[in-house]
Design a protein around this ligand. Structure first.
Ligand SMILES: [Zn+2]
Length: 415
């Protein structure tokens, strides 16, 4: 098993900014930011397709740097394709492999005896899929990064009907997102996050004050809600940041959003500075959406707080974090520094206006019961999370070591 994901923490520690991308593949491998392919050297010639399930950086971010080592197309949903192309374009990297787009709820024939089915899922970025790999040995399901959201604010609901059908036919193995396996709940809908945002954006008094919101650039559903409430606040909406522009442009290209109609979207550094200087005297007329939710030192929010522009934050201004802190030392420290600076000036901070995009224990139970897989591999989490999933599986009649397998980088399993 090899996850193929970019190590966001190491990457940001090195680059100090999720927006900065110009480092050599060799350097990124050296610092452990992209996967070390040496572990699967013997498999490289056998790889038939590279299939990221969605457009998050920890799933597609390594593609520009290591996919040229394979002779295999990259197969993903249209939004993911548009994001990958935007990164390649920005970084002037050329891939020798094709990028093939497959709509959610449709099928791609990988080879004579392998078919990949992209089952529509909900997560925290659009067009996320769960992949069912149908082979002559049985069906393997890759179920990382999803939640069961029956009230998504953009896109369709998860395809429960198809999951049920596949479950009836039989699933050989389920690779399952375990990060919240210890959390006894069902992850709330994005509709809940929208209500939380509404409370903060429309239910607090921000008259005469600056209002800044920051969230994940890839979270187009969240950004869509921010625009909706920004309009109700009668403010001009301005998006500032390279990664914001990248994801919004990709979403508009595949026609799942049209933010440009209601917001000005600026990605280039010089233009961002100009715009902030221009807004400085009428801060209360704008809703400013920026990068920097994890406290990244080179993000637009950090630079505003460090007084790099005429647009300065003062007592009573609002900063809304529509996110949680991704729990690692770098982010926790960066955010603490950032929040301390805001507090020193008397800025009002609204934290954790967010719900997760990842399934919790009761969603995981529902999926296991729908699919009834013969084997389960807990994924995406550390050993504690994988163990919590093994315990959940035990409640459902599985047994660790017999049909639940806790894996690690470089470990292999034969089913
Ligand atoms: Zn994700």
């Amino acid at each position: 098993m090899h996850s193929g994901r970019i190590h966001r923490d190491k990457y940001i520690t090195y680059t100090e900014d999720e927006d900065v991308y110009d480092f050599s593949p060799k350097k990124l491998i050296e610092i452990g930011a992209v996967p070390n392919l040496n572990l699967i050297e013997d498999w490289i010639p056998k790889v038939k397709a590279i299939m990221p399930t969605h457009a998050h950086l920890d799933h597609i971010g390594a593609i520009p740097f290591i996919s040229n080592r394979f002779h295999a197309p990259i197969v993903c949903t249209p939004f993911s394709k548009a994001v990958i192309e935007a990164i390649l374009n920005d970084e002037k990297i050329e891939l020798r492999n094709d990028i093939i787009s497959v709509n959610p709820n449709s099928v791609y024939k990988v080879s004579n005896n392998i078919t990949a089915e992209f089952i529509n899922m909900t997560h925290s970025t659009p067009q996320t899929a769960m992949i069912a790999l149908h082979t002559k040995y049985g069906t393997l399901i890759y179920g990382n990064d999803f939640k069961f959201d029956s009230q998504p604010t953009i896109g369709k609901k998860p395809n429960f009907k198809r999951l049920k059908e596949i479950g009836k036919k039989g699933v050989a193995c389920l690779i399952l997102d375990s990060i919240y396996a210890a959390s006894a709940k069902k992850t709330p809908s994005e509709a809940v996050a929208k209500e939380m945002l509404k409370e903060v954006m429309l239910g607090t008094n921000s008259r005469g004050k600056a209002v800044i919101v920051t969230t994940f650039s890839s979270h187009l559903a969240r950004l869509n809600s921010i625009i909706e409430f920004g309009k109700k606040m009668n403010r001009k909406i301005v998006f500032l940041g390279r990664s914001l522009r990248k994801y919004v442009t990709a979403g508009e290209k595949v026609r799942i959003i049209n933010f440009s109609k209601n917001a000005e979207i600026i990605g280039f550094r010089d233009k961002i500075g100009k715009k902030l200087n221009q807004m400085a005297n009428n801060k209360d007329r704008y809703l400013v959406v920026v990068t920097g939710h994890q406290g990244e030192p080179k993000s637009v929010l950090s630079r505003i707080i460090n007084d790099e522009f005429k647009f300065r934050l003062e007592a009573g201004d609002h900063v809304i974090y529509s996110c949680t802190i991704i729990p690692n030392e770098t982010n926790q420290l960066n955010r603490e520094i950032m929040e301390n600076k805001l507090r020193d000036r008397g800025v009002r901070i609204f934290k954790d206006i967010h719900v997760s995009g990842h399934c919790a224990r009761e969603d995981q139970r529902d999926l296991i019961e729908l699919l009834k897989p013969k084997n389960i591999i807990p994924a995406h989490g550390d050993i504690n999370m994988a163990t919590a999933m093994a315990e959940l599986a035990k409640e459902l009649g599985y047994k660790l070591g017999k049909n639940v397998f806790i894996m690690g980088d470089g470990k292999r399993l034969k089913i």
